[in-house]
Design a protein around this ligand. Structure first.
Ligand code: GLN
Length: 533
């Protein structure tokens, strides 16, 4: 029998209340007290993973070290806790059904009718418990996606209801996050939606232990008392989550609200030590008191939805704080960028990032942005497709390889400077079939990126099908664009750099996934440094 404690976070009233941030903040506080904590996300949609979702649907797809394509909340968990999550940290309804149906086909349930209860709920419980016991965590925080009352969330709610009964009330805790809206006409905060939402949970057999109330205004004691009495929780278990200017403030706010203390009490865990949040506070201090300011253009095609580039945005916040620099990100729609508006759009910009992406929509705008950066010596950071665009641009305009392209965009190009990997050629299925997860890379000691990493051996996460085409390497290097990061096993080019420019770096991997509050990513730090100078 394991001693892992399970904390479930549900949401009510509306979506987008920040369950992920509350889960990550609680995780941070518990971790800072010395507990071994991880966070899991259960997503009620039928896609097996979000890898096949357009960023407009669900924001960025976050990639774990072990190569899972996951929900962007896992990015928050990693950035707050500084831990590495894995496939086991993100479970979707699609994945649950897939394994139950596979078992059914294998004959594991032979003779039985396979049903939502118990088979689907059992599979949900198995995946929750496995994460805790396999890795010997003290605590697993599981965030249930969606809003209580949604049809698709029901099996999850039922599964976690059963767990309290199975594991005992000392080992399971329910936190429910709701909204307390403010009616400006009457100048009042309203608790009724919270009461209804708790009622809905009660109908499903769950009495929340702690309520976290999202609000735009301070909650009075009267309001807290009212919520406590109508929702059957004690006064200390009504926690205020007030709007703040940065998500990184939330752990500090939750500490002020004693969320961690209440959780420990409810789970009958003796308080080990008080949480040490010094490095975190130092980060916040720097974040809020910048001495410099830079404007970075983020060129991409999903710019209408900031969540599409979540990890890149957060990496800029981390790297900005290290440099005591406010980073203003200007989103530039690559489809709208052309020769005529290029100079005007990028005037006053201190650095250019060409974002990751797929398909040819807006590709010429990205290539133009890379050209502008190279010709005007503006610090440039190309990430995945961003590197590929810089390569195509260099091929066309420096090497004179007319209409050079990636075969992703132009299958019959005469100069396929970016091409499909051999092992990708036979693949037709879309889900989980890219080069995914962490791969090693050896960094050239004489490069600017080495100066950032300060080590030769690195490991970074990938998510792509296309690669730099080796056949052209000698030509590129002779003309001044160097391969300064190479995969030691496959010899694939992972990093390109133009050493003669101030800072011109393209990476085939995704450094943004590994940037955390306590350990911001060195490439982002050095890119911002270059942008400041
Ligand atoms: N579409 C490109 C590829 O598949 C780049 C992918 C990305 O930017 N993540 O190689």
């Amino acid at each position: 029998m394991s001693n892992t404690k399970y904390i479930f976070v549900t949401g009510g009233v509306t979506s987008s209340l920040g369950k992920g941030i509350i889960s990550a903040s609680l995780g941070k506080l518990l971790q800072a007290r010395g507990f071994k904590v991880t966070i899991q996300k259960l997503d009620p949609y039928i896609n097996v993973d979000p890898g096949t979702l357009n960023p407009y649907e669900h924001g960025e797809c976050f990639v774990t070290y072990d190569g899972a394509e996951t929900d962007l909340d896992l990015g928050h968990y990693e950035r707050f806790l500084g831990i590495k999550t894995s496939q086991a940290n993100n479970v979707t309804t699609g994945r649950i059904y897939q394994s139950v149906i596979n078992k059914e086909r294998r004959g594991d349930y032979l003779g039985k009718t396979v049903q939502v209860i118990p088979h689907i709920t059992d599979e949900i419980k198995r995946r929750i418990l496995l994460l805790g016991t396999k890795n010997k965590y003290d605590m697993v925080i599981t965030e249930i996606g969606g809003t209580v009352g949604d049809i698709e969330s029901l099996p999850y709610i039922e599964a976690v209801r059963q767990l309290k009964w199975e594991l005992g009330s000392n080992n399971v805790l329910y936190i429910h996050l709701t909204l307390v809206p403010y009616l400006s006409a009457s100048g009042e905060l309203k608790t009724k939606p919270t009461q209804h939402s708790v009622k809905e949970l009660l109908e499903n057999g769950i009495q929340p232990d702690i309520l976290v109330l999202r609000t735009e205004h301070e909650l009075t004691d009267d309001i807290r008392r009212k919520v406590a009495s109508f929702c059957n929780v004690d006064f200390q278990s009504v926690v205020q989550s007030i709007d703040v200017s940065t998500i990184y403030e939330v752990p500090i706010l939750m500490q002020k609200e004693n969320l961690d203390v209440t959780v420990l009490k409810k789970l009958s865990i003796p308080q080990k030590s008080s949480p040490s949040l010094e490095p975190w506070k130092k980060f916040l201090q720097k974040l809020k008191n910048p001495k410099h300011k830079v404007k970075i253009a983020l060129v991409g095609k999903y710019v209408e939805l900031a969540d599409s580039y979540k990890s890149i945005n957060e990496a800029f916040i981390h790297a900005g704080a290290v440099n005591e620099c406010a980073v203003e990100v200007k989103y530039v729609h690559s489809e709208e960028l052309n020769q005529d508006n290029l100079a005007e759009t990028l005037a006053g910009i201190n650095g250019i990032v060409v974002a990751p992406g797929f398909g040819d929509r807006g590709i010429e705008g990205k290539i133009l942005a890379a050209q502008y950066a190279r010709e005007n010596n503006v610090p440039f950071f190309g990430i995945c497709l961003g590197l590929q665009c810089a390569v195509v641009e260099f091929a066309r305009n420096v090497l004179g390889l007319e209409k050079a392209h990636s075969t992703e965009m132009h299958t019959k190009t005469n100069y396929p400077v970016i091409d499909l990997m051999e092992e990708q050629k036979g693949i037709t299925e879309k889900g989980g079939t890219m080069r995914l997860g962490a791969y090693p890379c050896i960094v050239n000691k004489k490069s600017k990126v080495y100066n950032a990493y300060k080590k030769e051996q690195i490991e970074e996460r990938h998510r792509h099908r296309y690669e730099f085409n080796d056949k052209y390497l000698a030509e590129f290097e002779a003309a001044g664009m160097k391969a300064v990061g190479i995969n030691p096993d496959t010899k694939l080019v992972e990093i390109m750099e133009i050493p003669d420019l101030k800072w011109f770096v393209g990476v085939q991997f995704h450094p943004e996934y590994s940037s955390t509050v306590i350990e911001p990513h060195p490439l982002f730090i050095h890119f911002i440094k270059a942008a400041i100078s």
